[in-house]
Ligand binder design. Structure first.
Ligand SMILES: [Zn+2]
Length: 252
């Protein structure tokens, strides 16, 4: 349900973050030099020299196996601040951990406390689910952009402002063997940079949906707090039309 009258500019009052405090840096287990603060790594990339991306078991797994992929050795607080090179390595880390431990791997990014992140240093999680996720409906929406084999759309049925789908232009069977995964993550980072220009520091979730026939990343900004109407009957009152969201993401 699109109800643009409810808010002219969703989230326009989101504050810009202060730089990290010395305390935040001192206790961050994901910064280079703090490797002893995490369980032993399951993978680092590159394998020789200074690591750029590091994978460690999640200390508090909700499911049987859950791992954290640290996106940078630098203390960056958003995927938007990760370099293209780092994101290519993140894609490689997702690929390699899935190849080493096959299963129904569900990769996701929680960014900002309002989106469920408990640590500020940019990271993703790999969660081995007991069952495969369900089949994907075909995505239809307003095209934001196309680049390097990837198409970005704001779905007609967007549940929240700026919900965006990042998918291969031609359907592919598996993201976790696809050479396009790195480009897809770089595209997510570029979209988040644009989103931050528009709305400030926005909590957000990103996840990978996979089926036998197709895959896509979903970028789900958390400008609105989800409440009973969303969580109960699943009725999302979106204050920003997808056409308008696509135009704003395109601009600039
Ligand atoms: Zn850090």
């Amino acid at each position: 349900m699109i109800a643009p009258g409810r808010a002219k500019r969703p989230g326009a009052a989101q504050p810009v973050l202060d730089p990290p405090s010395p305390d935040e840096l001192a206790v961050c287990p994901f910064c280079a030099g703090h490797e002893e603060m995490t369980p032993p790594q399951t993978l680092v990339l590159p394998e020789a020299g200074d690591w750029q991306v590091r994978v460690v078991p999640n200390l508090y797994p909700a499911l049987e196996r859950q791992e954290v992929v640290v996106h940078s050795r630098r203390h960056i607080r958003s995927i938007a601040a990760a370099s293209d090179e780092e994101l290519e390595l993140v894609a490689d880390a997702w690929r390699r951990r899935t190849a080493d431990e096959p299963g129904n791997v569900f990769p996701l990014v929680n960014e900002g406390r309002g989106a469920g992140a408990s640590l500020t240093h940019s990271h993703s999680q790999l969660i081995w689910l007991p069952e495969p996720t369900s089949e994907l409906p075909s995505p239809r929406g307003e095209i934001v952009l196309e680049r390097d084999g990837i198409v970005v759309t704001c779905p007609w049925a967007a549940r929240v402002p700026y919900e965006t789908v990042i998918a291969p232009f031609e359907a592919e069977t598996d993201a976790l063997t696809s050479p396009l995964l790195g480009v897809a993550l770089q595209t997510v980072a570029a979209l988040v940079r644009r989103l931050q220009e528009l709305e400030g520091q926005v909590p957000l979730n990103v996840w990978l949906e996979r089926s036998k026939a197709d895959w896509r990343l979903v970028l789900f900004p958390r400008l609105n707090i989800l409440a009973g109407l969303e969580l109960g009957p699943g009725i999302f009152v979106n204050t920003l039309a997808p056409e308008e969201a696509a135009a704003r993401l395109r601009g600039g």
